[in-house]
Design a protein around this ligand. Structure first.
Ligand code: BDR
Ligand code: CA
Length: 316
């Protein structure tokens, strides 16, 4: 089994990802950490506990993390995820409490334990990277327990929060830049599962209507129905869930290695991920300001129906 940790801002599509990670037989979900993003942190924590309960996984520790981005004000996305972040579904909300250990300390604990056991973990951030930046700068030794980071965020092409920037990076650009720099320094391999593939793993309404018979399946169906309704379509992408599919079944994803930077200035481009695809330049990994970019695997194509089937099989 592959040990994983999810960092989430649950979120309808984070919920799709959580159901998959909680239910897939090849994944060992060691912890989930929460960060403010799609909704405020209190709702993120409740939604995360709610989804794990539906998946029958009250054993998984849930850590409460950063409520706000490092530098800028919080901007949430109720138009994409509903006021409560979980589509305002008719679904009982969890009344449980998260772990008394805060997110960054929980990450440190679980990663050091994994390092001691020689079972390095795949960290899957699906949200603004605030918790991960704080972790890697506060406890760099925890990187010994990391096998890799596969994050949802960014885009080589167009953004969604703005024409330039993808929501998770736009929400906390400094955190994304710190995560990338630290991963480079600590030699942690990074894969960017960005908007170039994010919308391509689609579950149709017809497929979703076949989901029933367990709380996980019922919730999965409602998530797809709600996302379809919000997008006005006959189906919906599982969004963040695709990044978890990529960890389970990496052969369904095409990636290419490129230097990656985050735009921290810009009038209209703040939060943009700049994927340096130039093949004629000899100095793509050096920088006129002396800061070398981290080279990462950038997802460029995905086998959408293969991942949709993988998700359906696990949550059904
Ligand atoms: C990302 O932003 C959030 O709204 C989604 O949960 C996903 O992580 C997509 O840009
Ligand atoms: Ca998310």
């Amino acid at each position: 089994m592959k040990p994983v940790i999810l960092d989430v801002d649950t979120g309808l599509d984070d919920a799709c990802a959580l159901l998959l990670a909680a239910r897939h037989p090849e994944l060992d979900l060691r912890a989930v950490t929460c960060v403010g993003g799609n909704v405020g942190l209190d709702d993120v924590v409740i939604n995360t506990l709610t989804v794990l309960e539906a998946a029958g996984r009250t054993d998984v520790p849930v850590g409460r993390g950063a409520a706000l981005p490092l530098l800028q004000p919080m901007r949430t996305a109720p138009h994409v995820h509903g006021v409560d972040g979980l589509g305002d579904l008719e679904w009982p909300r969890s009344t449980r409490s998260p772990s008394t250990t805060p997110a960054v300390e929980l990450l440190r604990e679980v990663l050091l334990d994994a390092a001691a056991k020689g079972e390095p973990i795949t960290l899957i951030p699906l949200a603004p990277l605030t918790n991960i930046a704080l972790l890697l700068r506060t406890y760099p030794e925890a990187a010994a327990g990391l096998r890799e980071i596969v994050f949802m965020g960014g885009a080589a092409g167009i953004g969604n929060a703005t024409a330039s920037a993808e929501f998770n990076i736009w929400t906390d650009p400094e955190a994304a830049a710190i995560m990338l720099a630290a991963a480079g320094e600590l030699a942690v391999p990074v894969t960017m599962y960005g908007l170039d593939v994010f919308y391509d793993v689609v579950v149709t309404l017809e497929q979703a209507r076949g989901l029933s018979g367990s709380p996980a399946a019922e919730l999965a169906r409602k998530l797809i129905e709600k996302r379809s309704e919000l997008y006005g379509a006959e189906g919906a992408s599982i969004g963040d869930g695709g990044a978890v599919c990529a960890v389970i079944d990496p052969d369904g994803l095409t990636t290419q290695r490129f230097p990656l930077r985050v735009e921290l200035g810009g009038s209209w481009s703040r939060g943009r991920t700049i994927v340096d695809t130039r093949d004629w330049s000899t100095d793509r990994t050096s920088d006129p300001h002396g800061v070398s970019p981290t080279v990462v695997e950038v997802a460029t194509a995905v086998e959408g129906s293969r991942y949709a089937e993988l998700w359906l099989d696990a949550v059904r």
